[in-house]
Design a protein around this ligand. Sequence first.
Ligand code: ADP
Ligand code: MG
Length: 255
Amino acid sequence: MTKVAVCGKGGSGKSITVALLARVWQDKGYRVLVVDSDESNPGVYRALGFDRRPKPLLELVGGKKQVFPAFSEEAASPGSLLTQDAFRIADLPGDYVVERDGVGLVCVGKILQSLEGCACPMGVLSREFLKRLALQEDERVIVDTEAGIEHFGRGVETSIDSVLVVTEPSFDSLELAAKISDLAAEVGVAPVWTVLNKVSSKEIAAQLQQEMAKRGISVIGSIGYEPEIFQAGLEGRPVRRDRLETDIESVLGQL
Ligand SMILES: Nc1ncnc2c1ncn2[C@@H]1O[C@H](COP(=O)(O)OP(=O)(O)O)[C@@H](O)[C@H]1O
Ligand SMILES: [Mg+2]
């Protein structure tokens, strides 16, 4: 498993989980690339400890309007690096990646203006970027997706090989996990894991486990409702893992 998409409801804890998983994999010796494919929420770079976002990949293909023509069947010749059949992380121009201690970040693109049109080009670019990105043995990719399931409609999951669903304790979140599991199966992505997040007691963990079992979904573990994660989210800074009660390595280290 090398390219994992982290999915779930808005606010369930996807970006935090992405940042925590990146560090867990870094500790194991992997070189990790986080792909920020959430066109709305700005902050995964802060959760990862970077002080700025890299330039959006959209600019590398010449802007939003160029995405469909660049990746169409009729596209004349490989215009930019991203339209080549395959490229590696190391090939990406420096402005488009921020990197520290073996964890890198690229950003597909953000919605910048009102009335700028839909975000479909970002979905297409995410899909094509992930499809063409060739990984070395020691490299892994984590995709921070936008909330909900539109990325399945845009086919992003056809370019990744596993899904991690972050589920918070709410009925909608459980239902969304089941839906994501079905959608992933439809496009042949396996495995699909679920991590329970913001779990405030053992009883709630047990109740959620039961609900997931009813829906046929396998759970890798649960992350508590952690004051440190809450505070880091409020301050826009990385989580300090030494302040967590949850043994993050034993939950996310299974991936
Ligand atoms: N386990 C947790 N305990 C406490 N707060 C959490 C936890 N997980 C996430 N949060 C908080 O919830 C908010 C949403 O998390 P975030 O990762 O941005 O969600 P998403 O990317 O799914 O929209 C953030 O303010 C974050 O700090
Ligand atoms: Mg997010």
